[in-house]
Design a protein around this ligand. Structure first.
Ligand code: MG
Length: 401
């Protein structure tokens, strides 16, 4: 954790995601649309949850999509992030959704950031400027100076005048405030029936000064299909790929179950090891760790540790996939070769593929599992053990961190 977040008061985020975004068609609210392999809302939430200074994040979801929102975020975010996530029912307007979010914030939260669900490209530096700004000055919003010349145009399309753009800024989000100030602004708006299009307008109406801090041109709001294309181009341009290789071998012994790729195979011997000795899961896990530059399976799950004795190796693979997700990488594809003289593995390969794909949260086609003998040569050929090789390609699902 960088030291510049240590002195911040406990901060929470509200994502008003109650809108339906009719411009994208009726199928799904726009925050659920895919953006370069991840739903927009997942990217938005992750941008904040990557910061440990964010103690909790509340999504105010459309009433008909609360369960969908829960499922989506829990599928795509690691448990270290979903632990800080709350999902509640949003209201008819942005203001109602933020109010619903405010009610869900735990008492210890002193700083509140409100952020549009449809600004998934918000960067860490902008979030930190908002946090520090609100901490120091009370209330701030991210904003950028207006670049284009502005025209006041009549209803008949005639320019009436050119507006002096000096001092004009475009408001973005996050909009951040110390909690009592934001609560005062919302109470005041309720009393006066004031409806604002953002939180700053409520604060302004309540007489609370709001400063701007530097936003980012990248932090655009996805409101039209072409915004989605621009965001997609930005993300894919920054995408990186890494490869990894894994190899493992275990000895065949009597009195053990033979488990390969999570499938228990009927055979007179099984593989010996501290865990369930699933050589296929181990090779794949090692390949993923290799791609991430994270050493090997022994470093993460030492065989001196009793908690891993007899453990289902698919659980270890799942944990490494969570680590990969936290690093913003996803499995592109994997190719595995099991080296085994006996038993015949062909009937079990599809079940192994399905198990491994489930752990990695990819389609089964992304994981190829094949088996070969060594024509009775070597230790596998003599039936002394079974070995497995894996190669993987992992892709960052945004610019590299
Ligand atoms: Mg092993």
């Amino acid at each position: 954790m960088p030291s510049n977040t240590l002195q911040l008061p406990p901060a929470g985020v509200i994502i008003p995601a109650g809108g339906i975004g009719a411009r994208f068609g009726p199928a799904l609210p726009k925050q659920f649309l895919d953006l370069a392999g991840l739903p927009i809302l997942v990217r938005t939430c992750r941008a904040f949850l990557d910061l440990e200074a964010i103690r909790c994040l509340v999504v105010a979801a459309p009433a008909d999509f609360v369960q969908h929102t829960i499922d989506l975020l829990h599928t795509h975010l690691p448990s270290s992030q979903t632990d800080r996530l709350h999902i509640t029912t949003g209201g008819a307007t942005r203001q109602d959704s933020v109010r619903a979010g405010l009610r869900k914030l735990p008492a210890e939260i002193d700083l509140v950031l409100v952020h549009d669900a449809a600004r998934p490209l918000v960067d860490r530096a902008t979030i930190l400027r908002c946090l520090h700004g609100a901490s120091q000055f009370g209330a701030v919003i991210a904003a950028v100076p207006v670049k284009d010349t502005l025209k006041k145009v009549s209803s008949s399309g005639i320019i009436e005048k050119t507006i002096d753009r000096s001092g004009l800024w475009q408001a973005q989000t996050p909009q951040a405030a110390q909690r009592p100030l934001l609560e005062t602004a919302f109470a005041e708006a309720e009393r006066t029936h004031f409806i604002g299009t953002d939180e700053a307008s409520l604060l302004e109406a309540a007489g609370i000064p709001v400063r701007v801090v530097e936003g980012s041109e990248r932090n655009c709001k996805i409101t039209r299909p072409e915004d989605l294309q621009v965001s997609f181009a930005l993300l894919t341009k920054e995408r990186t790929m890494k490869i990894g290789h894994g190899f493992d071998a275990h000895r065949l012994v009597a009195g053990r179950k033979l488990i390969l790729g999570g499938v228990t195979i009927d055979f007179e011997q099984g593989l010996d090891g501290h865990s369930d000795a699933d050589v296929v899961a181990h090779a794949l896990t090692d390949a993923l760790l290799g791609a991430l530059g994270e050493g090997d399976i022994g470093r993460h799950f030492p065989d001196s540790d009793q908690q891993y004795k007899g453990i289902d190796s698919l659980l270890l693979l799942t944990q490494v996939c969570q680590l990969m997700a936290a690093r913003h990488y996803r499995l592109g594809n994997a190719d595995l070769t099991i080296v085994c003289q006996r038993p015949k593995l062909a009937p079990h390969l599809a079940a192994m593929q399905a198990n491994l794909a489930r752990c990695c949260q990819v389609a089964p086609e992304a994981i190829n599992v094949k088996a070969t003998t060594t024509e009775k040569m070597g230790y596998t050929g003599r039936g002394e053990g079974i070995a497995a090789h894996a190669v993987v390609l992992v892709r960052s699902d945004h610019g590299s961190k």
